[in-house]
Design a protein around this ligand. Structure first.
Ligand code: ZN
Length: 465
């Protein structure tokens, strides 16, 4: 299956052929993490933990089950999730007095406890995060990593003295995201969702969206400002310097296993996955090219090379299987290993190693001496190339229009006066969703595509994956 011909089928096929997931588990939308897929997810989680720990967040882990009465405390929130929740109604044979639900997200699990943890202004800001599985009953067609019912999920939850401090947290979230996305080589847009599309209970929601090769957008995560919308019903209060009790202001930032979906979809090609070096469980594969009469020398040299790279902190694997080198190349290309090193008798004689980059299959020679530093440099170059290519592709997949007729299958930017009426009209006429407005002023000057009023606000519309 060719990516350019049928992206959707190509995606479904490649995640299975590369052994990223096993979709044969007998509950729809709940897939099995295979060893290879789970290693990649753990590498992504490691990037998140490193970033969150460095910015003063503490990791926590809350229970999976939430009592119905706690869930129902924030009215908007429960309305938003009503149709997506899985319920636990029995314990053994006994019906439960208070039904329990599997967390679709953890506000209502955490906030009753936050009201006990937060006492005085000295406890603030309180910055926590967890990496857990969440559950949502998806009624649309499921797709590995992108639309599933059991979701591997990262969520940070913070409490602040006031709105301004919560706003500072949102800005820090943007900075963390930009460093993380660079590691994952993923371009993205930060778009403020419309009032009718924001997270239930939020004051505002900023969606983190990327564009896939077939022009549909994929939401990778979101950042929310809650103000005191949750702290009031959950009674999360602190005592200020002046002895007054005030409600905290809260934010959240969440992303999910969709990051893997985006990495597969954006970087992959007809040969298989192409993994960014920071995400790859194997960054470098060493393939000894054995020749008759020299097998021992080549094997020994390949093993020395491998352990040297390993000592330098590079994730390296040596492939000593008794099969043709061509078959090995095929396997590691399918699995998306960013860099392949071939070492044969000729290389050894010349004091070099042959380097093959996965994303462009370019072959180069590098000196055997001082190789670890050279490889680190090449891995950085690969990451920069992947991000540059993906960013160029996203730009090429975005168009600005002043009419909603004959829209291409791309991310569309157009003028909007900001009224809800025109917003819905734009969605109807374009047969697309409004995904939001840029968070920063871009100096846009245009007219609302429906009513013609002059506007400085562009809006993005798209078919969402
Ligand atoms: Zn208008």
């Amino acid at each position: 299956m060719k990516k350019a011909e049928d992206f959707s089928e190509w995606y479904n096929e490649i995640v299975e052929r590369a052994s990223l997931t096993d979709k044969r588990y007998p509950v729809k939308g709940m897939n099995v993490w295979t060893p290879y897929g789970w290693k990649i997810m753990r590498a992504i989680d490691a990037c998140i933990r490193e970033e969150l720990d460095a910015t003063g967040h503490d990791e926590v882990c809350f229970p999976l089950l939430i009592p119905e009465d706690q869930f129902a405390k924030e009215k908007e929130h429960i309305k938003g999730f009503d149709e997506e929740v899985f319920w636990v109604t029995h314990a053994g044979l006994t019906p439960l007095d208070v039904k329990l639900l599997l967390r679709p997200t953890s506000e209502t699990a955490m906030y009753p406890i936050f009201s006990l943890w937060v006492r005085s202004h000295a406890d603030l800001p309180m910055k926590t995060y967890q990496i857990v599985n969440t559950f949502r009953y998806e009624t649309k067609q499921t797709r590995a990593f992108i639309r599933v019912r059991e979701i591997h999920f990262f969520e940070s939850h913070t409490c602040h003295v006031d709105y301004e401090d919560a706003e500072r947290q949102v800005r820090q979230d943007y900075e963390m995201l930009s460093r993380l996305a660079r590691k994952w080589c993923l371009p993205y847009l930060l778009l403020k969702r419309t009032e009718w599309d924001k997270f239930p209970g939020a004051v505002y929601t900023v969606g983190i969206d990327t564009v896939l090769p077939h022009g549909k957008t994929l939401q990778l995560g979101s950042i929310h400002q809650y103000r005191d919308n949750f702290s009031k019903p959950y009674d999360i209060k602190y005592e200020g310097n002046d002895g007054e009790h005030r409600h905290v202001h809260q934010t959240t930032f969440g992303m999910s296993e969709r990051l893997i979906g985006a990495i597969v979809a954006i970087h992959g090609d007809d040969k298989g996955l192409v993994l960014p070096p920071d995400v790859a469980s194997i960054q470098v594969v060493v393939v000894p090219v054995l020749a008759k009469g020299a097998t021992d020398t080549v094997s020994k040299s390949a093993r020395e090379l491998t352990s040297e790279l390993e000592s330098a902190g590079i994730r390296v694997h040596i492939d000593e299987r008794d099969i043709r080198p061509g078959a090995k190349y095929y396997d590691w290309e399918l699995k998306g290993v960013p860099l392949r090193l071939e070492i044969g008798m000729k290389d050894i004689e010349k004091g070099v190693v042959t380097l093959v980059r996965r994303h462009c299959t370019e072959k180069t020679l590098v000196d055997r001496k001082g190789i670890a530093d050279a490889i680190r440099g090449v891995l950085e170059e690969i990451a920069a190339d992947l991000l540059a290519d993906a960013s160029a592709a996203m730009n090429a997949n975005t168009v600005t229009v002043d009419s909603l007729e004959d829209l291409p299958d791309k991310l569309i930017k157009t003028g909007w006066c900001g009224s809800e009426e025109c917003g819905h009209r734009i969605e109807d006429l374009s047969e697309r969703d409004m995904i939001g407005t840029p968070i920063a002023d871009e100096g846009y000057k245009g007219m609302c595509v429906v009513c013609g009023k002059p506007t400085t606000t562009p809006v993005f519309i798209a078919k969402a994956m």
